[in-house]
Design a protein. Structure first.
Length: 273
């Protein structure tokens, strides 16, 4: 059995298919680990959702910010953005089934020394604590009042973690760390506007995975979300968002031997930020 971790798909269905063919993915024996952002901006979000859902237990996906945005729009608590490509999902005959499946996916998956997450872990969080916090947020997302949770998850504050936080303030920090964070201070204060290259990070901030004495450093964190960062293959961190949406390749890593596989972008879209 092989496990293939794949970077942000964002509706790039054709490239995903090419990548699966390249690795000769066999759902009867192999597994896919997907870093989230299955949907949006690309042309094939509906097909991506249907494919990943059809794989059942052969695919593990964590939720990304675009996936949560789709759920919020579907519940009427957020509006579509000009660059969104979610209409096909929202009007699909199997819309409710797909959205229910998506809402029940996890925010973090930990197994055999690896941690799969969309954006990152705050530096003070151990893997065990991060798992517990993910389960808290997942319970809110799967609960009967999930629409309220989706409406309250937006916002940049608090921008740091405090064990004493409760309610939606606590859940918002958890969601922001797992699905939006790229950089933070050494104390774990997050900044959400920056999306650029590492060399241009604002003074006082650094990539979350480079914070000294990060509590999760003994595990390998597999993540995406940061296309300007690009491919990163380290013992403690694997970054897989190589910007397929913007003209880069779609990337996969086979975890047992760290072999890299890439499929070229077919139809890049213009970058809007």
């Amino acid at each position: 059995m092989a496990i293939y971790a794949i970077g942000d798909i964002q509706g790039c269905y054709a490239e995903l298919q090419q990548l699966l063919e390249q690795v000769r993915f066999d759902p009867a024996q192999d597994k896919l680990w997907l870093v989230g952002d299955l949907v949006n901006r690309g042309p094939g979000s509906l097909e991506v959702l249907r494919l990943v859902k059809s794989l059942g237990g052969s695919a593990v996906t964590v939720l990304g910010n675009h996936d949560l945005h789709l759920l919020a729009v579907a519940e009427g608590v957020a509006e579509l953005h000009r660059t969104d490509t979610l209409d096909e999902i929202l009007h699909a005959p199997d819309r409710d089934e797909l959205l229910h499946w998506l809402r029940n996916q996890c925010l973090l998956h930990a197994q055999d020394g690896y941690v799969l997450v969309h954006a990152g872990l705050l530096p003070q969080w151990s893997v065990a604590q991060a798992e517990n916090l993910a389960r808290e947020a997942e319970a809110a997302l799967r609960g009967g009042d999930y629409a309220t949770f989706l409406s309250r998850m937006y916002g940049n504050s608090p921008h740091n973690w405090d064990d004493g936080f409760s309610g939606y303030k606590r859940l918002r920090v958890i969601i922001n760390a797992f699905t939006r964070m790229r950089i933070c201070t050494k104390e774990g204060e997050m900044e959400f506007k920056f999306k650029g290259e590492v060399k241009n990070i604002p003074l006082g901030y650094l990539p979350w995975f480079d914070v000294p004495k990060r509590a999760s450093a003994d595990s390998t964190i597999i993540f995406g979300h940061w296309s300007a960062l690009g491919l990163l293959l380290r013992k403690d961190a694997i970054a897989l968002d190589t910007g397929c949406l913007w003209g880069g390749p779609m990337s996969a890593v086979r975890l047992d031997d760290r072999q890299l596989f890439q499929a070229a972008c077919n139809n890049p879209v213009a970058k809007h930020w």
